[in-house]
Design a protein around this ligand. Structure first.
Ligand SMILES: C[S@@+](CC[C@H](N)C(=O)[O-])C[C@H]1O[C@@H](n2cnc3c(N)ncnc32)[C@H](O)[C@@H]1O
Length: 330
């Protein structure tokens, strides 16, 4: 955990306080938890699978308030021995923290583990900023009466909003069966395919009017293969809406990690620059009709404030966290 015990009911954060304090050294992986928003997954639940979130490599975050407490000097008999025992246990903790395994996993494995808590992220600034961006983009597309395909749909976070525009059909694709299971809890009759977004051979050319993909493209190793495939599936004059983590955020060190059973698990992702994406789209025959970005700004300050992380807010304010694009098939 990063800064610990910050929000009420933050049980997991609190239980991992010790490792967080140790993690405040340069080079440590500090999950961004419910701060800057990287998918934070329900700190209210005592479940070590939960700490799903992106992380920053950071060496300057301040320790939790508790670390400032210094007990009075102990001059009683045996104090020196006790002090030594205490010190060596601190060293053990330090070494344990340092040796915590860091494992990089493929997205389906990562999201299968994350799925249970993915929808419990009320303080996640990435999701907050992305949700607003998504609404801004969605109004530029005609959804009513159309066939919509959501690639990397996850738990169907955007489905209530998409459905409010009354599509004729809404289909989801995701390689994580765990995420799709969560979606099915809410939408038992949903049409879904458990598949990677760049391998959709079972879908006929020109079979959807609209393709939506949010916060998923960077998990696909080669964005150009995915965009070409999506272009194939799209009907003529169809629309494509994509959002994702901003390359600037990834460059600044943010990673998609979570902590499970003492391991830091990082979900593989890849950077594609925005101008590269535009070029890929143009080469496929897509016209870029709208681009927008969202940075860490005052609208998410309360999330940092609630987490007593205003120093991080000041540090990252202005960092572009998410971007979104709308394309039209010409
Ligand atoms: C951050 S979640 C986003 C989920 C949902 N779209 C949302 O906005 O909440 C990323 C999703 O991308 C999915 N994903 C990972 N690799 C993928 C791939 N190769 N093709 C399509 N989706 C993928 C994951 O399983 C996960 O559900």
């Amino acid at each position: 955990m990063g800064v610990v015990g910050m929000s009420s009911g933050c049980t997991l954060a609190y239980t991992e306080a010790a490792s967080a304090r140790q993690g405040l050294r340069k080079g440590a992986v500090l999950p961004f938890s419910n701060r800057a928003g990287l998918p934070y997954s329900g700190l209210g639940q005592v479940d070590t699978e939960v700490a799903g979130r992106m992380a920053v490599r950071e060496g300057t975050l301040r320790p939790a308030m508790g670390d400032r407490y210094r007990p009075p000097a102990d001059s009683s008999p045996g104090a020196a021995k006790r002090k030594f025992v205490m010190k060596s246990s601190l060293i053990r903790r330090f070494v344990r923290g340092k040796r915590r395994k860091h494992r990089r996993v493929a997205p389906p494995e990562g999201y299968d583990r994350w799925a249970v808590t993915y929808d419990s992220q009320p303080d996640n600034a990435v999701l907050a900023l992305e949700s607003r961006l998504f609404s801004e983009l969605l109004v530029r597309i005609v959804i009513e009466g159309k066939g919509v395909l959501d690639i990397g749909c996850g738990t169907g976070r955007h489905w209530p909003e998409i459905m409010s525009w009354r599509p004729a059909r809404l289909t989801g694709v995701d390689p994580s069966s765990g995420m799709l299971q969560r979606l099915k809890v809410r939408y038992p009759n949903a049409e879904t395919f458990c598949s990677a977004g760049d391998r959709l051979a079972e879908m006929a050319a020109g079979s959807f009017d609209v393709i939506v993909s949010t916060l998923a493209l960077a998990h696909i190793p080669d964005a150009s293969i995915a965009i070409r495939e999506w272009h194939r599936i799209l009907k003529a004059t169809g629309s494509m809406l994509i959002t994702d983590f901003h390359p600037d955020a990834i460059r600044s060190g943010m990673k998609r990690t979570f902590i499970a059973q003492g391991e830091t698990i990082e979900i593989e992702h890849h950077v594609t620059e925005i101008n590269q994406l535009q070029n890929i789209a143009r080469k496929c025959g897509l016209t870029v009709s709208f681009i927008s970005e969202r940075s860490i700004d005052d609208s998410v300050r309360p999330l940092f404030e609630r987490d007593l992380a205003l120093r991080e807010y000041d540090k990252y304010k202005g960092l572009r966290l998410v971007f979104g694009m709308v394309f039209t098939k010409t």
